[in-house]
Design a protein around this ligand. Sequence first.
Ligand code: COA
Length: 183
Amino acid sequence: MKFEPLNIRLKNGKTVQIRQGIESDAGELIHRMKEIFGETEYLLVDEDEFNMTLEQETAWLKAFDDVPTSLYLAAVYNDKIIGTCGIVGNVMKKMKHTASIGISLLKEWQNQGLGKKLMEESIGWAKKNTDLEIIWLDVFSTNTHAVSLYKKLGFVEEGRQKNFVRLKSGYCDKITMSLDIRQ
Ligand SMILES: CC(C)(COP(=O)(O)OP(=O)(O)OC[C@H]1O[C@@H](n2cnc3c(N)ncnc32)[C@H](O)[C@@H]1OP(=O)(O)O)[C@@H](O)C(=O)NCCC(=O)NCCS
């Protein structure tokens, strides 16, 4: 096991477990991710574009076990996955010191401190258990909540592709941010 499960108390008073995602979560995850994709415009995938089969989702979860610099965390409340955070280690030799990170929560569980905690735990794990040097992510410029969270955690803007994202409400930039975890 890469990550020891832990319980955290959120601002709404509820206690949520953070644990590693496992292959048997695949079915539940398909439902939850579809729900999350339908609730937000800040993720690249739209609800109708998410068509993972149980087999594909299981294989996708297994890949996190197979790569030493990858970790998939799930936040669980009453057996329901309410949010996830994944670190995906790059397997190419020239970029093995880097990993991307992605996070998403169900809407009703946002703004309770869970996103920050999931990111902190993931980054803390990477610092302690891997030789990763850089963790990076892409974020839409209109997603001010996420940008503010990432800045708070020490991420800095590395690049920006203007009007790279077309939302229903108009164009926005795609920002690449990274965190140097060597210190
Ligand atoms: C972005 C997301 C992961 C943040 O998680 P969260 O649990 O809602 O955020 P938290 O409650 O942990 O808040 C983290 C910080 O964001 C800031 N914040 C909270 N609400 C905010 C808002 N409405 N606007 C700007 N900043 C805000 C606060 O500074 C907070 O830090 P603090 O608790 O030290 O004050 C979550 O809202 C989410 O899943 N959104 C939809 C999917 C998504 O956008 N994923 C990221 C794609 S790049």
